[in-house]
Ligand binder design. Sequence first.
Ligand code: F6R
Length: 234
Amino acid sequence: MKIITVKDPLAGGKAALDIFKAAKERGVKTFGLATGGTPETTYAELVKSDLDFQDCVSINLDEYVGLPADHDQSYAYYMHEHLFKAKPFAASYLPNGMASDLATECARYDQIIADHHVGLQLLGIGRNGHIGFNEPGSPFDGTTHEVALTKSTIVANARFFDREADVPKQAISMGIGSIMQADQILLEAYGEKKADAVAKMVQGPVTETVPASILQRHPDAIVIVDEAAAAKLK
Ligand code: F6R
């Protein structure tokens, strides 16, 4: 794992832009993308940059179950607002959280992943070490699946909703096995609330109890952390 420590999320976004630029230069055509607070500075840098993704495909990690794409807390809406409206891709895929048959939707998404090999996968990390919505205990070889969100994730995401009760209880997430297939993985983590998870991911045992710890076994994983998130690294 390569660790890049930066002063703050703004500097992190700039460091991430360099990694996206390098990926474009070596011909990456499929980008795995994440949502949440963490990648906002990265998307702002991509939007300001001269990078063009019109010959590329994006595949997002996850989506809430039960929120339509035009709901302002859906990940489809987030991606449109933060990136796609300024930087369109040839095709952009997210799981359909409104699908009537979630098992069929998961299989459809796995086929999309199989058809487009991800060259660079962007990730955030949950306070409990989750990646995507792969909560602690998720199998390292998992594919796309339906997830019951943990209480800690619901509480963490409540800041984006009017009330905690409005946070969906389920999501569809790409599995850890699929995430690990990406040629390169870039995980960003900012703020003191991520310091424990970052230390466990980088220096703890590789265990399904800390899903992100599997990145220790990826041949090309880069972690961008700010000083607060790096505070518990030895
Ligand atoms: C989002 C995702 C999640 C987030 C994680 C951190 O697509 O897959 O794993 O990356 O929950 O969220 P933030 O960035 O809001 O702290």
